[in-house]
Structures are given as C-alpha cells and as structure tokens.
Design a protein around this ligand. Sequence first.
Ligand code: 5AD
Ligand code: FES
Length: 370
Amino acid sequence: MPSVPEARPALCLDHACVRAWLRETDPTVLETLWAEADQTRSLHMGDEVHLRGLIEASSHCIRHCLYCGLRAPSEGLERYRMDGAEILTCAQEAARLGYGSVVIQAGEDPGLTRAFIAEAVRAIKRHTPLAVTLSLGERSDEDLLAWRDAGADRYLLRFETSDPLLYRRIHPNLPGLVSDRLAQLARMRSMGYEIGTGVMVGIPGQTWDTLAKDLLRFRDLDMDMIGIGPFLPSPRTPLGGPQAATWTAPPQEQVPNDELTTLKALALARLLCPDANIPSTTALATLDRAQGRELALMRGANVVMPNVTPPHYRARYEIYPGKACVNETAVACQECLEGRIQRLGRKVGKGPGGRVRTECKDLNVCDFDH
Ligand code: 5AD
Ligand code: FES
C-alpha cells in the first residue's frame, strides 16, 4: 500500500475546532469546509459512488428506542417479515441492477433467527457476487459469529450518541440486558466484520459538545462506514410527540435537526475519517428531496443506498414519516440515482466497494493512485 509522509492536517480538527465548525453559519467561511471535505473525498475515495441495495427485511421490533417509528409500542403499523425467498429475490434484483452489495436491515426482530439469517446470507452468497452487510440491531455474539461464518461481510450499528446519559434515556434496556452498542461494535471488529456506525443530527437533548464528541469518536473507533442523517420526528414516538420539548437541551446548546447542520457533520466526518465509506442518507433526501442527495455527495459522501425492498413493504417500514422514494420501484430508484450521480460528474462504483485504507495524511502531498 502506498504511503505518504505525515504532515499537518489542513484544518484544525480538535474538539474545540470541530464544535466551532458545527456552529459556523457564514456561507463564505463554510465554503472552506465544503471544499476540504470534497477534496478529501476525491483524494481518498475517488469519483466512484458505490450503490448498496437496501433490503428492509422486517419491520418487527422488540425495542422501545424513543426516536424510532418501528419501536415495539407503535400502534397502527402493519408489520411484516420477508421470507428467505423474498430476501434472495431482492438481492438478485440488486445484482441485476449492477449494485456491488446489499444491506439487510430490520428492526430488532427475534423472528429473524440465527439460522434464518445465516441461511439468507448463504443463499445470497451462493447466487450472487454481492458483499452482504447486516443491520439487525443488538444481537448476541453467537448470532454475529454464525452470520460471519455464513459469509456476512459487514455490520451497521449506529451508536446514536456518545453521551452516556442521553444514550440511556433514548435506549431503554431489554429486561436483564444492558444496551451497549459500542461494546458490540468492538466485538464485531474482532470477529472480522467491516463495521459501520453513525448518529442522527438534532435528536432532542443532543448538544453541540456531544455532536463534536460523536464525530471524534468515529475517528477514535477507526470506523469503516459512517451514516449521518437528520433526526426526523415520528409522531408515533415520545421524541416526535408533544412531549418532545421536555427532552431538548437549552436553546443555545440544542443541535437543530436541519440540512445545513447535517451537511456540516458529514463534511467533518469525511475530514476525520478520510477513507471511510460515507453514505448520502435517505433521511437527508427526505428533508431536501430536490438536492439533499447531491449536496451530501458534494460535501464528503461516496455511497448511496437505493432501496430494493418491494414497494408494498416499503411504505410499512416507517422509521419516520414521509421517507423519500417510498413509492418508487427498484428500477426507478436506480435510474434516478444514476442520473444524479452522472450529473455531478461522478461515476457509479463497480464491485463490492469495501473499505480501502489509504495512508495519506496530507492532501497536499498525497499521490495515492485512486
Ligand atoms: N429520524 C431519523 N433517523 C432515524 N433513525 C431511527 N429513527 C429515526 C428518526 N426518527 C435512524 C437511526 C437508526 C437508523 C436505522 O435509522 O439512526 O440507527
Ligand atoms: Fe430513489 Fe430518486 S433517489 S427515486
């Protein structure tokens, strides 16, 4: 692997600087942040945008996370769980559309048993060349090892916040089990998974300090993938209902759940983790349907996760209301996204698009052949 001499990073990225960048509102000053993030993305990741087909395999969930519309107490949702053949069909559709990987995502659903997911992964590996990412919540080591054994390559588990008190408040434990996503991330890394995490921007109770710590935590954990999207209130949840105001931090400390702040967090994540895979999230596209996807790709992101879930299930996977692309077919999503990528002068990535570590620390001297 080519390596280049270490040198002073272009922008100060200590806690105080990251916090100051997050609070910056002057568009002229922000131009520097956008340019640095885009240049870092280009040097470390190249111009390819990798597409991951998203399979929303089950909307059942036993957890009570205070922000999520799929939480167990949510009423009026028509819950579903795909069978193995349906999951495989989605994956084959993703392969046919030229995607290099799929993400099997679901609520925390014990109905997705160890054996069932292991067989789903094996079937995808038998029938397609796809990399397989799982995003199935907090699961036992036995489950995670069995799935890794079956061929799963990656696992996504957002830690949501690095503030332990806020974490506790928004993630009620299951009886007899303490929720500890950071510990699970560490265990999955030692099992050989590529690991991804992330946070929402603007969750009630999230302060500027906390968000700055979240971003620095991504770097400390040497994350392979980082997902950052705005918090979108769901009226089915305590954080989206009328009581939400009682959760917020003092006004000057509370992070807003807006597009600009999300883009600043994403750009900073790119600078802190130059060779991580960072998606342009559906939550951001939901906030800004016209340009959300593009702005993220122009300010640090290099991945998009088009939905390959059949439309009749998609609408029922309601983490938050008004999700972008909810009524589109997989083919329509592919055409729309590829058009957007090409209009930005970027290319659709080929192959699984796993993390490639680059060692360059200084953009001015980096001559890594991307
Ligand atoms: N708004 C935005 N994102 C949400 N997620 C869950 N609920 C919401 C919401 N209300 C995100 C969480 C989770 C991911 C699958 O979706 O970060 O990890
Ligand atoms: Fe999916 Fe446009 S991004 S339909």
